[in-house]
Design a protein around this ligand. Sequence first.
Ligand SMILES: Nc1ncnc2c1ncn2[C@@H]1O[C@H](COP(=O)(O)OP(=O)(O)O)[C@@H](O)[C@H]1O
Ligand SMILES: [Mg+2]
Length: 462
Amino acid sequence: MKVLVIGAGAVSSKINLFLQEWGHEVQAQLPTLSARLLSAFDAGPLVVVEPEAAAGLEAVREAVTAGWVPVVVGTPGGALTAWAQGSGAAVFPYPPTEADLQSLRDTLARLGEGGRPAEEIFRRTVLGGDVAARAMAGIAVRRIAVTSPKGGTGKTTLAVNLATLLALCGYPVYLSDLDANGGSVFYHLRMHQGGAPRGTLIGLLRRGIRPTNRDALSNLAGGAMILSAFSEIQELPTLHVLPGVFAEEVGDPELSRKEEPGQDPYPEVRMLYGAAEAAGGLSVADVGINPAHPLHRAALREAAAIAVVIKPEVPDLAQVRAWIHRMIRALAASGLSEREAAALVGSQVKVVYNMVVGDSFKSAHNLLNQALQEDGLGFRLAPHGVIPYVDPRLADAAVNSDRRTDILIWRWKKERPEELAPFAEALIGFAAHFVPGIREAAAAAGLLPSEPRRRGIPLLRR
Ligand SMILES: Nc1ncnc2c1ncn2[C@@H]1O[C@H](COP(=O)(O)OP(=O)(O)O)[C@@H](O)[C@H]1O
Ligand SMILES: [Mg+2]
């Protein structure tokens, strides 16, 4: 595991040597902790030997929000040691005994695998303990599918930004690319820059994981296998991503599984949603535009909310209307009556207007509802999100630069460019439909446009 040791004394050096002897790669041993220094290394476990280090609380908190996982070696009176205990970070006594060193070594090996401890420290550091607990209790919708009637409306942009927003706010997010026509989540998140991803959609489908009707434990094992295909995003331990179909995989036989009557050809999708939920998290799925594809249909049918991303343009509305009918027919084909399917669509579909300029979307939206009325569908759609058109230079960097932190909402958090304030506000408003508690979490995480960025230290402020 790639570790960084902060501390300049004899104990720090002893820890450094001990870890190397046991196969950990110590990237460096530094006397001082600063954000600038850290940016030169790959984020990972950060061992701070408090009595021998120049490392303030604020520097450690910043490190955590950049994806570092702190481990403190200190004495009970130390400020960092007290903070670490309150944040769920591992703490070892100073000076450590031989047994402490061994346990430190094992802790680092576990942290290297990512997972819950890293997420929990991140969440509690970003939000503070109380807000973190309330935030986790305030998730209303845990299965979100994002789709659209045609390409280029910003479906992937919205899915990626929604997932990143929630993860930056401390929520455990499982973002999956379920676009059978070829996905781009992998590129939006610059996953090509790291090593190979842990798994991909096709890889997962090839394993043929099935729910069993034996017992809860074997189903749990299937769910765990599915979650293990998600990769972690280095600087954001709360974001887990399953990359989708690569261009050369579009014709893969796994994408055209036979449909037997009464059988779900893609039970993995239901298992995936269930496993993310069981892990305390929520799923955001980027679902391809054709609702009749059995993979997409599974992703839509099992979702608790379907965000339909459209541009408020009249030609698009005709497509939306046709698409809603296709979706109702597709769902009806999988065993529901037309009425049930229509009711399901009416309650689940959350229209999101994207690339909105001014308020012309209102007349477009009225036209859409009129059309649905004429079709006798018996429901009206409310716009759940109105996402503004973003400065093209920022939109371009969000997908084309070599920094994943240029993803619009992430960039907003890091640099707070004024041009992104309306976008951030709109995205948070949209996310609040699924996670009502998000405003408090977003405020604590420094993401609310209307409030100045928080500077204090949560433990000291309380
Ligand atoms: N709100 C927005 N403002 C400006 N450009 C946007 C916005 N949303 C998406 N885009 C741009 O539109 C293009 C298509 O977006 P993408 O998310 O790939 O669409 P889809 O997945 O629906 O095909 C991308 O270049 C993206 O940067
Ligand atoms: Mg896309």
